[in-house]
Design a protein around this ligand. Structure first.
Ligand code: ARG
Length: 401
């Protein structure tokens, strides 16, 4: 019997070549699957392309809302930034893609799933671990890892098999994008000492070309996630898309850093994540107003580990779920409004308020009219500093010997 393979299809050259490759090499029927996670591609055109390449069936799935609610929202609650910088935009989409691959494979009675990830990156790890966790019986095929085709050989193969070659084949970058951000790799960007050229960016203007007037926006949060923008309640997908445009216009969200890939490689990564940068900044600020010091400081470690697990392909790891439980508990009080000033590449929080605020003006004020008992501080300092005082004194005695 002819096998059936479900392929995660982006519509790009690699996965288009894969359709033919799988059909030939495995003598299999190929079912393609394209998810809309907000990458702003023409899904209809992608479907047409797949059909033209002779797939048995094509699935186009609008997963934007699911992506926001089940993946981006938890990332906001966790202030998720890998290595302090990267909002894990690509990382977050992979377990969702894997989930849909498995669902389609089960529905279609396929025996294998295939993807176009290379053997050097993180995405292979993320997709395969999630597939294995969801359905260990599915075979996973990762041809790009083995075929060792150069770009030229690939274009040759494409020509031979009537695969349309993208007009932008000279474009030097490899792009991955979704609602939470845009990742740009390859070409000149592989030289970490060189500033990324302007043609790498699409969602943001360079800060120096941003408007000369600042723009103020307000975001309202409830249970740790944004629900309204400038007083207007919005559905989460629209809200993020709108913020990408607004913040991008002010040059907010350009990221350029050295990143530790899972496979041990250090790489230079460039991103544009306007909405993510802004929302996490606002969320983090609001948390500080409603959580206690112990909650704030402890949660920073949990947040960093959460981001690491998700970056590292372990969306399905039980620890991630355990951490979610802790994080969700902390978010009960994360409600209120944050005012952000967008100006020349910055998204600066300039005001916040919350019904759960722990800020007490009467305690904080330097005015005379305060409820804080300053006399109590002397005793506090005496006891709080005792270990430091004692150890320094002892060291002095030892040094004098
Ligand atoms: N370094 C980022 C990550 O691992 C981005 C990867 C981009 N992936 C891609 N297929 N272009 O999440």
């Amino acid at each position: 019997m002819k096998g059936k393979i479900v392929l995660a299809y982006s519509g790009g050259l690699d996965t288009s070549v894969l359709i033919k490759w799988l059909q030939q090499k495995y003598n299999a029927d190929v079912v393609t699957l394209t998810l809309d996670v907000g990458q702003k591609e023409d899904l209809k055109a992608i479907e047409k392309k797949a059909i033209n390449l002779g797939v048995l069936k094509h699935y186009s799935i609008d997963a934007k809302e699911e992506f926001v609610k089940n993946y981006i929202f938890p990332a906001i609650k966790a202030n998720a930034l890998y290595e302090g910088k990267y909002p894990i935009s690509t990382s977050l989409s992979r377990p969702l893609i894997a989930l849909k691959m498995v669902e389609v494979a089960e529905k279609e009675g396929a025996d294998a799933v295939a993807h176009g990830c290379t053997g050097k990156g993180n995405d292979q790890v993320r997709i395969e671990i999630s597939v294995k966790a969801l359905n260990p019986n599915l075979k996973i095929i990762a041809p790009v890892r083995e075929w060792n085709m150069t770009r030229d050989a690939e274009i040759e193969f494409a020509k031979e098999h009537g695969i349309p070659i993208p007009v932008d084949k000279d474009r030097p970058y490899s792009i991955d994008q979704n609602l939470w951000g845009r990742s740009i790799e390859c070409g000149i960007l592989e030289y970490p000492d060189k500033e990324p050229p302007e043609d790498a960016f699409e969602w943001t203007v360079p800060p120096e070309k941003a408007p000369n007037e600042p723009e103020y926006i307000s975001i309202e949060f409830e249970r740790g996630v944004p629900r309204a923008l400038n007083g207007e309640e919005m559905n989460p997908v629209d809200l993020i898309e709108t913020l990408n445009v607004m913040a991008g216009k002010h040059g907010v969200g350009r990221i350029d850093h050295i990143e530790d890939r899972l496979v041990g490689i250090k790489s230079r990564e460039v991103y544009e994540c306007p909405a993510a940068t802004l929302i996490i900044e606002a969320h983090r600020d609001l948390e500080k107003m409603v959580l206690t010091r112990h909650e704030v400081l402890f949660k920073q470690h949990i947040d960093a580990y959460w981001a690491y697990l998700v970056y590292a392909g372990l969306w399905m790891e039980p620890l991630k779920e355990d951490l979610d439980a802790f994080i969700d508990k902390t978010q009960e009080k994360v409600a209120g409004e944050v005012k952000v000033k967008l100006y020349k590449g910055n998204a600066q929080v300039v005001g916040r308020s919350s019904p759960y605020s722990l800020y007490d003006l009467h305690l904080a004020t330097y005015n005379i009219d305060t409820t804080f008992n300053q006399m109590a501080s002397a005793g506090f300092i005496e006891i709080w500093g005792l270990p430091t005082k004692v150890s320094k004194a002892l060291r002095k005695i030892e040094q004098a010997k």
